[in-house]
Ligand binder design. Structure first.
Ligand code: GLY
Length: 389
């Protein structure tokens, strides 16, 4: 009986993430490396209290950012994930402290990045602690984000910069900020947040996607008519190319929209995006995309491990909703395994970042082939999602 039991478990684990990487060891390494990061942050701060989160390595130095930066919430999120996995008081203490540093963003109406900042930090913290103060901050942040919604366009405005180029830019990344709005409706019963999220998702589905379900990065709208003015890129190779992280944001974003709405059109959209990514002839064998699927320098183009981490995490969730779930889960397992085996920083190096080889913005030669805090955040999220069976 016992033998049959262990054989059965062996069969279950075969092909699973647990069978391919030793998760306890990988997560123990992540703890060690994040301790290195905490020391690196203290050393790099040089008394500057407004520098709150590590973002990347620039010119050989650890780059810290203020709470206003779109990435400020990811390192607090990494700390929350370590607390989630270990239950250790030390990670809870650090997660609370780094999260508190970015509370002021709840009233910053100058950006759409509210979800990235507040939901990855306070949202993850609330999920793990039920702290009522975190809930209030999430609700206030959703109110602030809602002020950027234009009913004629049907979307939340993404950027206020580059006003000379775009009148009302909406980027595919913005799909990720809808989670904050859906949660705010759950907390308050006020459906206005939910309606904004649905309107944004539907308008984006209509205008951001090409017939092959790849997406443009930036859509510029006319605010008097709601018409599309331009279809552009900012971080991809060209306006008509498929910027990898944008495809990843779309996949994760529509999967998350299905979680809250159970509207099958979002599930179908996520599956179409997954098919575009996974069947792409220029997706490398290790499933870690080049920064753009159409980069002219492929196979020498830089990779983007952050896109791979977002795709893996999104696929784990999608697997739970789809009849193709087995394929999605197996693929996510492969991505996480490859990131773990070939893209991790050695412990004690790279200031404590977990993953190497991400690309922020190749066209502006910014953050090319470097560690990025959001790669680490989605990698850990994917590891924890993959660990669950
Ligand atoms: N949200 C900005 C980026 O993906 O680079």
């Amino acid at each position: 009986m016992r033998l049959i039991g262990s054989l059965a478990i062996g069969v279950l684990l075969q092909g699973s993430l647990q069978a391919q990487v030793k998760l306890p060891a990988v997560l123990a390494d992540a703890e060690k490396q994040t301790k290195v990061m905490l020391q690196s942050v203290s050393a790099a701060k040089e008394g500057k209290a407004d520098l709150v989160s590590p973002r990347t390595i620039e010119n050989g130095k650890l780059k810290l950012v203020t709470s206003r930066d779109w990435t400020s919430g990811f390192f607090p999120g990494v700390l929350w994930f370590l607390y989630q996995y270990t239950g250790k008081q030390e990670w809870l203490t650090q997660a609370k402290a780094y999260t508190a540093n970015i509370e002021r963003e709840k009233t910053n109406a100058g950006t759409h990045d509210m979800g990235f900042k507040i939901f990855c930090s306070f949202g993850t913290g609330y999920r793990l602690t039920n702290d009522a103060a975190y809930k209030d901050i999430i609700i206030q942040s959703a109110k602030t984000l809602s002020t950027r919604f234009n009913p004629t366009v049907g979307c939340i405005r993404s950027w206020d910069h580059h006003k000379e180029v775009w009148g009302f830019p909406v980027i595919i990344d913005n799909m990720m900020n809808l989670e904050l709005l859906f949660e705010a409706t759950k907390f308050t019963g006020d459906s206005s947040f939910y309606k904004i999220a649905v309107s944004h998702a539907n308008t984006t589905m209509k205008n951001h996607f090409r017939p092959d379900y790849s997406s443009y990065h930036v859509i510029d709208y006319d605010t008097t008519t709601g018409a599309v003015v331009k279809k552009n890129t900012h971080q991809g190779y060209s306006h008509e190319s498929a910027w990898s992280r944008g495809q990843a944001w779309g996949l994760y974003g529509y999967t998350m929209c299905y979680r809250y709405t159970k509207n099958p059109i979002y599930l179908q959209q996520a599956e179409h995006i997954a098919a575009f990514i996974l069947n792409h002839p220029r997706l490398p064998k290790d499933l870690v995309p080049y920064y753009d699927f159409d980069g002219p320098d492929i196979p020498n183009a830089p990779r983007d491990a952050s896109a791979a981490a977002v795709i893996a995490s999104g696929l784990y969730e999608l697997a739970g909703y789809s009849k193709n779930g087995k394929r999605y889960r197996t693929t996510a397992d492969k991505i996480v395994t490859n990131l773990t085996r070939s893209y991790r920083s050695p412990i004690g190096e790279n200031f404590g970042f977990l993953l190497l080889h991400s690309t922020g913005s190749k066209p502006s030669n910014s953050e090319v082939d470097v560690p990025l805090n959001y790669a680490d955040y989605y990698y850990l999220e994917a590891l924890l999602r993959g660990k669950k069976k």
